[in-house]
Design a protein around this ligand. Structure first.
Ligand code: SAM
Length: 261
């Protein structure tokens, strides 16, 4: 089966060599689904054309140092452009109050935002000792609040905690190996946490993360979510990006996900 779709800017050529690949009972069904897939791909390319014209140049950070125990500056932990993203995610996980789990303390910006809501308990998981020192200072501001830190990699500690009304996920790849596995080979960084998130949410609880997608979620991403959650909502967050952004993000919007168990 061959399909060619041409426009002024590009040509898509598809050659399905296996006659049994995408083989529903009738030929017209096969045509319909293949045509639809090409139409979607074409529409995606047009959207990418518009989006990329607005990209900032950014700066390439090439050597990937292990940051599991590195002492990092504020901007190395999280650049300021992410603050509106933190705000949107905090609202998603805290709007119904209750027990909140946060992964990755970092600068404590999101922890402050979470504390601004009327919640019962706040558990924070963090692996970096220098960041844990920051946490110890930060915690002094909230002597009467029920906040606990769980030290270590969440992968080693997640089974020591119970279930939550809201789960806020914002870690980053700690080394090149994690980058390859969780970013390069995955549809979204948070995907390696989906099954744990679903397991530790109370029924109706909300899990939030941001996806490195500009204005929607890919089908592959949505299918991955539906393996673990019953529904999800998206918010497109507007960003003010510095031209010399170090992070691998260049678009002026990003998608925040609210997944419901
Ligand atoms: C981007 S920062 C979080 C920023 C934070 N949301 C804020 O508002 O400041 C990511 C944090 O996750 C921590 N982290 C990364 N991987 C982790 C893991 N597997 N387990 C626990 N903490 C992790 C890092 O040490 C870092 O402090």
């Amino acid at each position: 089966m061959k399909r060619i779709r041409r426009s002024n800017e590009f040509e898509i050529s598809l050659n399905i060599s296996n006659e049994n690949f995408i083989r529903p009972p009738r030929d017209m069904q096969r045509n319909a689904v293949v045509n639809r897939a090409i139409k979607e791909f074409s529409a995606d390319l047009l959207a990418l054309d518009k989006q990329t014209k607005k990209f900032v140049a950014g700066e390439t950070v090439s050597d990937f140092k292990d940051r599991t125990q590195a002492t990092l500056t504020d901007q190395e932990i999280m650049e300021d452009w992410q603050l509106p993203v933190m705000k949107a995610m905090a609202k998603v996980v805290c709007e119904k109050g209750g027990d909140i789990l946060e992964l990755g303390f970092g600068r404590g910006v999101a922890s402050d935002m979470i504390q601004a809501f009327d919640i019962n308990t706040h558990i924070i998981m963090e692996c970096n000792d220098a960041v844990i020192e920051r946490y110890n200072d930060w915690k002094l501001q909230y002597p009467k609040r029920d906040i606990q830190l769980v030290k270590g990699l969440w992968q080693d500690t997640i089974e020591t905690v119970g279930n939550f009304d809201g789960i806020f996920f914002h870690t980053y790849p700690l080394n090149e190996e994690e980058y390859m596995k969780y970013v390069n080979e995955s549809i979204t960084f948070a995907a390696h946490f989906f099954s744990s998130a679903s397991k530790h949410l109370k029924p109706g609880g909300a899990f939030s993360y941001f996806s490195n997608e500009v204005d929607s979620l890919s089908r592959e991403h949505q299918r991955e979510l539906f393996k673990h959650f019953s529904s999800f909502q998206l918010e497109k967050v507007n960003l003010q990006l510095p031209n010399d952004i170090k992070d691998t993000w260049w678009a002026d919007t990003i998608v925040v996900v609210k997944a419901i168990k």
